[in-house]
Design a protein around this ligand. Sequence first.
Ligand SMILES: [Cu+2]
Length: 138
Amino acid sequence: MKRTVIVLNTVVLLIVFFFYGCGTADQTNSDSESSSPSPGATTHIVKMTSNYEFVPSSLTIKQGDSVKWVVTGAKAHEVASGTFIMTEDGKEGVPDGLWKTGKMASGSFTYTFHSTGTFPYYCGAHLDQGMIGSITVE
Ligand SMILES: [Cu+2]
Protein backbone atom coordinates (compact mmCIF):
# COMPACT_ATOMS: atom_id res chain seq x y z
CA MET A 1 0.00 0.00 0.00
CA LYS A 2 2.72 2.44 1.00
CA ARG A 3 4.74 1.58 -2.08
CA THR A 4 1.72 2.30 -4.33
CA VAL A 5 1.36 5.77 -2.79
CA ILE A 6 5.03 6.57 -3.41
CA VAL A 7 4.82 5.39 -7.02
CA LEU A 8 1.66 7.46 -7.58
CA ASN A 9 3.30 10.55 -6.09
CA THR A 10 6.29 10.13 -8.38
CA VAL A 11 4.03 9.82 -11.42
CA VAL A 12 2.09 12.96 -10.44
CA LEU A 13 5.31 14.89 -9.90
CA LEU A 14 6.63 13.80 -13.29
CA ILE A 15 3.40 14.88 -15.02
CA VAL A 16 3.43 18.28 -13.27
CA PHE A 17 7.08 18.80 -14.16
CA PHE A 18 6.47 17.83 -17.77
CA PHE A 19 3.63 20.28 -18.30
CA TYR A 20 5.36 23.07 -16.39
CA GLY A 21 8.48 22.55 -18.47
CA CYS A 22 6.62 22.74 -21.76
CA GLY A 23 4.58 25.73 -20.68
CA THR A 24 7.54 27.91 -19.86
CA ALA A 25 9.76 26.80 -22.72
CA ASP A 26 7.50 27.90 -25.55
CA GLN A 27 6.86 31.53 -26.32
CA THR A 28 4.14 32.15 -28.86
CA ASN A 29 3.59 35.38 -30.72
CA SER A 30 0.35 37.23 -30.14
CA ASP A 31 -0.13 37.69 -33.88
CA SER A 32 -1.87 34.35 -34.29
CA GLU A 33 -5.43 34.82 -33.11
CA SER A 34 -6.27 31.15 -33.34
CA SER A 35 -4.20 28.55 -31.57
CA SER A 36 -5.10 25.90 -34.12
CA PRO A 37 -3.08 26.17 -37.31
CA SER A 38 -4.91 26.50 -40.60
CA PRO A 39 -5.26 23.28 -42.61
CA GLY A 40 -2.17 22.41 -44.60
CA ALA A 41 0.02 24.89 -42.71
CA THR A 42 3.50 23.76 -41.82
CA THR A 43 5.76 24.71 -38.93
CA HIS A 44 9.37 25.02 -40.07
CA ILE A 45 12.26 24.66 -37.63
CA VAL A 46 15.22 27.05 -37.60
CA LYS A 47 17.99 26.15 -35.17
CA MET A 48 19.95 28.80 -33.30
CA THR A 49 23.30 27.14 -32.80
CA SER A 50 26.26 27.75 -30.51
CA ASN A 51 28.23 28.62 -33.69
CA TYR A 52 26.17 31.85 -33.93
CA GLU A 53 24.19 30.62 -36.89
CA PHE A 54 20.57 30.28 -37.88
CA VAL A 55 20.19 26.90 -39.60
CA PRO A 56 18.92 27.20 -42.26
CA SER A 57 19.70 30.90 -42.56
CA SER A 58 17.33 31.39 -45.45
CA LEU A 59 14.04 29.61 -45.77
CA THR A 60 11.12 29.77 -48.20
CA ILE A 61 7.71 28.94 -46.80
CA LYS A 62 4.06 29.23 -47.77
CA GLN A 63 1.68 31.93 -46.57
CA GLY A 64 0.08 30.76 -43.30
CA ASP A 65 3.07 28.65 -42.32
CA SER A 66 4.93 29.18 -39.06
CA VAL A 67 8.60 29.26 -38.23
CA LYS A 68 9.80 27.90 -34.91
CA TRP A 69 13.23 29.11 -33.82
CA VAL A 70 14.81 26.67 -31.38
CA VAL A 71 17.81 27.36 -29.16
CA THR A 72 20.29 24.51 -29.54
CA GLY A 73 23.51 24.40 -27.57
CA ALA A 74 24.55 26.52 -24.63
CA LYS A 75 24.51 30.05 -26.09
CA ALA A 76 21.56 32.40 -25.54
CA HIS A 77 20.06 34.05 -28.62
CA GLU A 78 17.47 36.58 -29.63
CA VAL A 79 15.29 36.64 -32.73
CA ALA A 80 14.21 40.07 -33.95
CA SER A 81 12.69 40.96 -37.29
CA GLY A 82 14.44 43.72 -39.18
CA THR A 83 17.78 44.67 -40.63
CA PHE A 84 20.98 46.22 -39.27
CA ILE A 85 23.23 49.22 -39.80
CA MET A 86 26.96 49.65 -39.45
CA THR A 87 28.10 51.86 -36.58
CA GLU A 88 31.48 52.71 -35.11
CA ASP A 89 30.91 49.95 -32.58
CA GLY A 90 29.95 47.36 -35.16
CA LYS A 91 26.60 46.19 -36.42
CA GLU A 92 23.46 47.43 -34.73
CA GLY A 93 20.02 45.93 -35.19
CA VAL A 94 17.12 47.94 -36.57
CA PRO A 95 13.97 46.11 -35.48
CA ASP A 96 10.95 46.51 -37.73
CA GLY A 97 8.52 45.67 -34.94
CA LEU A 98 7.03 42.44 -36.28
CA TRP A 99 8.62 40.29 -33.58
CA LYS A 100 11.42 40.56 -31.04
CA THR A 101 12.02 37.93 -28.41
CA GLY A 102 14.70 39.24 -26.10
CA LYS A 103 17.46 36.85 -25.10
CA MET A 104 16.49 33.21 -24.81
CA ALA A 105 18.84 30.78 -23.07
CA SER A 106 16.66 27.84 -24.07
CA GLY A 107 13.30 26.98 -25.52
CA SER A 108 11.78 28.29 -28.71
CA PHE A 109 9.81 31.08 -30.35
CA THR A 110 7.15 30.59 -33.01
CA TYR A 111 5.84 33.17 -35.46
CA THR A 112 3.11 32.66 -38.05
CA PHE A 113 3.49 34.46 -41.37
CA HIS A 114 0.13 35.71 -42.63
CA SER A 115 1.43 37.83 -45.50
CA THR A 116 3.82 37.22 -48.37
CA GLY A 117 7.16 38.90 -48.79
CA THR A 118 10.73 38.70 -47.57
CA PHE A 119 11.35 39.00 -43.85
CA PRO A 120 14.93 39.61 -42.70
CA TYR A 121 15.79 38.96 -39.08
CA TYR A 122 18.80 38.87 -36.79
CA CYS A 123 20.12 37.90 -33.38
CA GLY A 124 20.80 41.16 -31.56
CA ALA A 125 23.46 39.56 -29.39
CA HIS A 126 25.49 38.12 -32.28
CA LEU A 127 25.14 40.51 -35.21
CA ASP A 128 28.90 41.01 -35.29
CA GLN A 129 29.28 37.24 -35.71
CA GLY A 130 26.99 37.50 -38.72
CA MET A 131 23.98 35.87 -37.08
CA ILE A 132 21.27 36.91 -39.52
CA GLY A 133 18.59 35.11 -41.48
CA SER A 134 15.71 35.61 -43.85
CA ILE A 135 12.27 34.10 -44.36
CA THR A 136 10.64 34.32 -47.78
CA VAL A 137 6.88 33.80 -47.75
CA GLU A 138 5.24 32.85 -51.04
CU1 LIG B 1 22.72 34.71 -31.18
